[in-house]
Design a protein around this ligand. Sequence first.
Ligand code: ADP
Ligand code: MG
Ligand code: MG
Length: 887
Amino acid sequence: MSHKFLYYFTEGSEAFHGDMTQMRNILGGKGAGLAEMTAAGMPVPPGFTISTEACTLYYKEGRQINEEIQKDIFEHMKGLEKITGKTFGDINNPLLVSVRSGARQSMPGMMDTILNLGLNDASVEGLAKKTGNPRFAYDSYRRFVQMFADVVMGVPKSLFEEEIDKMKAAKGVKNDIDLTAEDLKKLVEIFKKIYEDHEHKPFPQDPKEQLIEAVKAVFRSWDNPRANVYRKMNEIPYEWGTAVNVQTMAFGNSGNRSGTGVAFTRNPATGEKELFGEYLINAQGEDVVAGIRTPSPISHLKEQMPDVYEQFVQIAQRLENHFKDMQDMEFTIEDGHLYMLQTRNGKRTATAALKIACDLVDEGMIDEEEAVLRVDPKQLDALLHPQFDADALKKATPIGRGLAASPGAACGKVVFTADDAKEWAARGEKVVLVRLETSPEDIEGMAAAQGILTVRGGMTSHAAVVARGMGACCVAGCGEIVVDYEKKQFTLGGKTIKEGDYISIDGSTGYVYDVAIPTVPATISGNFGRYMAWADKVRKLKVFTNADTPRDAKQASDFGAEGIGLCRTEHMFFEGERIKAMREMIVAETTEERKKALAKILPYQQGDFEALFEIMGERPVTIRFLDPPLHEFLPTKEEDIKEIAEEIGVTVEKLKNVIAGLHEFNPMMGHRGCRLSVTYPEIAEMQTTAVINAAINVTKKTGKKIEPRIMIPLVGEAKELKYVKDVVVATADKIIKEAGIDMKYEVGTMIEIPRAALTAGEIAKEADFFSYGTNDLTQMTFGFSRDDAGKFLDAYYDKKIYESDPFQHLDQKGVGRLVKLSAQEGKAANPNLHLGICGEHGGDPTSVEFCHFAGLDYVSCSPFRVPIARLAAAQAAIKDKRAKAAK
Ligand code: ADP
Ligand code: MG
Ligand code: MG
């Protein structure tokens, strides 16, 4: 074979060698971890990895595994037979394997694993005889049939679970482990019948067929809906593909000296340095995660099997030292022997991520720069959102308590299904999702909810792991809850809570309350503050904020904003008396009338600007002049038109005429932005007067040198900018001269029309700065609007035409090219030009990285994204530095 697609991980074998990133790319995260552990001499059941490249090839060849790779798979099975002394498909001593997926980045619960593959009606008896443990043999077989049917054929899991429940009820036992060999044997027959009814063919008895079908199913699962949702949420490219790991089984279900578990080297909720995990005796696979029985904490293993515990503690420490990060490990114990099945950098809450990063620096394991790379900027979001108001919390009495699975405060109306969570959230309701347990199908509903409350499952249950990954608040395993899905209610602590009732849950303590508890804003202190200081040290991009109100400016300032990159003045026109003056201005028929109305708005604007200047002091404040089309300020409903006509003192007929006159076929491309000031220069005059007066007043009052920046929107032609700029400069200079004050100010423009980007060299000669308005620039470059694109973009994601929303992540190929090109040409024409971005993208980590590499000076984003942008900018600077050093 010309290209290598399969790699053993067996003692002394030729595993794939390279750095960890390269290994993950080819072997997937799980395969790379298995290869590393094997190479380090740790007890790993031998196996091999089918590379991610084989997955890509599978899709390229029309969802087929080609002959050569199939042949190679069976060659590798021969290799495993040699090592284990067992034979694949043998009746007396069958080699059984697991088939496991593993993408580059871990995608918990997204891909499905099949265990005990290789069993059939004949070999299950052989296994029973050979081990003298028929209960174990039939338990393995019933699991295999169940998993194969579910994962490969899509037979609903619930059909099997119902049968297990029926069997348990019939035998009067509570737990699956209390079922006997006979019971399990019966279940196997029932399961095979379910399979046959569903598939109209018998359960496959040929292990080779089982194996190839399983491998295909893993490849296929890369494209299943929930994987696609997860990928989109986490920006994982579709091209990556998944690897498949085929591994000989270690049996955790072979009795009371066996078991399976999950553990972290540090606490994933708090970051505390302590071995943290759970296990179940006589269990297999994901029994722990699925919340089948309540697991024991890992510390109990110390008493139950001290040798195994000691060995595990040592391995855990070695793994952490090797990967220099907190590890999340999966293990199985078979008859007192420990086997390691997985290790990866563990998912953790934002609080834990910061603590672990700081501790690793203090322990000398990593340096500050490496630490800055360790926390996903998006994760910080969880720390920036409100916490429960401490006083209100003290007064509230909890009605119950579960596990503090993922911190944060959540308050909302109770819903019982993921679909309801999605629907209610879409219509603006805050909800808390209450479930017995969650499963991968629930992921969208979980993302839509304020918080998640589950009845079953531990700290490593699906709900807990996924919630921590999303930064969502979660209380798990609140076992006292009795849920009645049918009646849509649950009881806890003697209270009955119905769908739509408010509850509050505290993911940091595990308490559940039957009242709505108010929340308060977060602050940056402790580890968070220390960490952000490291980030600020290396960062090159400045981080500004988009703020229209003193409240936003204050919030952003508390979060470290270094200026205001966008203050939208139109937001100031809507309140109370202001809108009336604005409307008078719009209906004015002469310049004089218009000026009179504008004069009424002036003091409001000036007051608003003063408030912003006072908060921001000498940090730049960029004020954008009036931008939206004027009709947005006028009423549409008949009764409103009547009322407003009376209010501003014109006839209804006249107002209607004005409204009709302002009608535009395509308002977003109509009379707006600087076009308003070209037709009515008195608007720019008034706004300039307000800005400059405010700056003078605050300079006089505070002694701080206020340096306002005036930003002209929607420019597409240098002469257009020059026309408005001349009005601004004439007005400003006159006021400054009269005040006898020495004040600097800047006049710049937004680059949001492709033509502006394409003629940046000319425009730059008239501008002190460019600020990329990437919302409009994206709309105009793609030719579809942000408000309408939602209707068809889903089809584009499904068909893999676009992978992500260009309004969320800057389209680097097209829009980004306009940014780079115009930045270069702008700087060439005007070396003093400074460059920034003020679209929503300014707070999106991948877009921030792009801005760093495009040579911009600052990004500006909403207040709550300021810390995220600070960290993303720091990470970009470090990557840049490392890439240059490597050259
Ligand atoms: P996930 O990606 O969902 O974590 P895994 O491939 O890790 O899926 O499989 C889930 C679980 O199945 C593992 O944690 C382990 O308990 C069990 N498992 C997988 N392979 C084996 C094996 N060869 N022997 C025993 N248990 C296995
Ligand atoms: Mg899983
Ligand atoms: Mg796993």
